[in-house]
Write a protein that binds this ligand. Structure first.
Ligand SMILES: C[S@@+](CC[C@H](N)C(=O)[O-])C[C@H]1O[C@@H](n2cnc3c(N)ncnc32)[C@H](O)[C@@H]1O
Length: 345
């Protein structure tokens, strides 16, 4: 069986990297077929795993906007015939809507939605079209001449990323991370539900909120009491219960339990204070402080500015870089997202 994923196109690599990381840590056994940027099919999924995988993907992913079960593959010429062959009563529950999404094609969206809708109505009795609140959503995806016909079984909570923008939280402070990127970084750290994740520069708690929402136990610390307190307020607001927050300098960090994951956005630039630590030293101090607090199989995912070369620091402390991605912020700043783990010897 196959799942069709529609992904964000706001970054060329992060959506796929995030998907691969989740598949790796959740043991999702499927082949990835990238049709084009923003469109991915997961192939060769056994029937018994389909719903479990579907639930994990919709619960966790930030840069994937929709996940559907693929029903049929067709093309522009054979679409009508292929749609008519599908036993629609098996898929549709009372009301439905057909929505078309296009990638590199000019097919007429409205005409295709109407045509497919009428073929479905002809094929199954007792169902109706409902464009505003359909019980079943049929997603038709066109890529060049190819057409994929799919059904949405589980809705992804897209609204969460809109509604949880930092300025909408009870505690706000400038410099908080965009929630989609925070979710992606949590996923890149390969953490699983129930495991312990730490952000030692927690600020307003943006990363911890995303980790808490996918079921991790979270720990945050910050040098400023105001931020530690603000993180607790924000975590309470999102109903996250399994958390602890501390007010300390990263150099004093001594965890009561080694963590499975560290996800963080260390301070840099003139807008964030680093306590009394000079410039880039914050990164080296952080790597030294964090090493012994991490399990041997833990991953660390962090953000840093492009002008800081992490490689020699990471190497000196005993870590290695697994993957790195650049996000252009403006003309003179690219943010680098780096995934790191302990060197295996
Ligand atoms: C870029 S902000 C983190 C923002 C956070 N990801 C969020 O979503 O709000 C960096 C944080 O590191 C804290 N910080 C600065 N120096 C620190 C140090 N030496 N030890 C621990 N925290 C420190 C700052 O107070 C700030 O809240």
């Amino acid at each position: 069986m196959e799942l069709l994923c529609i992904q964000s196109q706001e970054h060329p690599q992060l959506p796929i990297a995030e998907l691969k990381a989740v598949m790796e840590c959740e043991d999702i056994d499927a082949d990835i077929d990238v049709i084009t940027e923003g469109l991915v099919i997961l192939k060769n999924i056994s029937e018994e795993n389909l719903i479990a995988y579907y639930e994990i993907l919709t619960k966790r992913l930030g840069y994937t906007h929709e996940v559907h079960e693929l029903i049929a593959k067709s093309n522009v010429d054979d679409l009508n015939e292929d749609v008519s062959k599908i036993e629609w009563c098996r898929y549709i529950d009372e009301t439905f809507a057909v929505r078309v999404k296009r990638f590199h094609t000019e097919i007429d969206t409205v005409a295709t939605e109407r045509k497919v809708g009428s073929l479905i109505l002809d094929n199954c009795d007792g169902i109706k079209v409902n464009l505003t609140k359909p019980k079943s959503l049929i997603r038709v995806v066109a890529f060049k001449n190819e057409i994929f016909v799919a059904i949405e079984r589980i809705k992804l909570n897209k609204k969460h990323f809109e509604e949880s923008k930092p300025h909408k939280r009870p505690f706000f402070y400038p410099g908080s991370m965009n929630p989609k990127l925070a979710r992606c970084m949590v996923n890149l750290s390969r953490v699983k539900e129930g495991q312990l994740l730490l952000d030692p520069f927690c600020g307003t708690g943006g990363i911890l909120i995303e980790a808490g929402l996918i079921g991790c136990k979270v720990v945050g610390s910050d040098i400023y009491w105001k931020m530690k307190n603000g993180t607790s307020i924000n975590l309470d607001y999102y109903g996250i219960k399994d958390y602890r927050t501390f007010n300390l300098d990263v150099r004093e960090l001594k965890m009561y339990e080694k963590v499975a994951s560290v996800v963080t956005d260390p301070p840099y630039g003139i807008s964030t204070s680093t306590g009394d630590i000079d410039g880039d030293d914050i990164f080296k101090e952080f790597f030294y402080a964090i090493y012994d607090n991490m399990r041997d199989d833990a991953y660390l995912c962090m953000a840093s500015p492009h002008y800081v070369d992490l490689e020699p620091m990471v190497d000196e402390v005993g870590f290695e870089i697994v993957e790195q991605y650049g996000i252009k912020m403006h003309r003179s700043l690219t943010r680098i997202i780096t995934v790191i783990r302990k060197k295996l010897d």
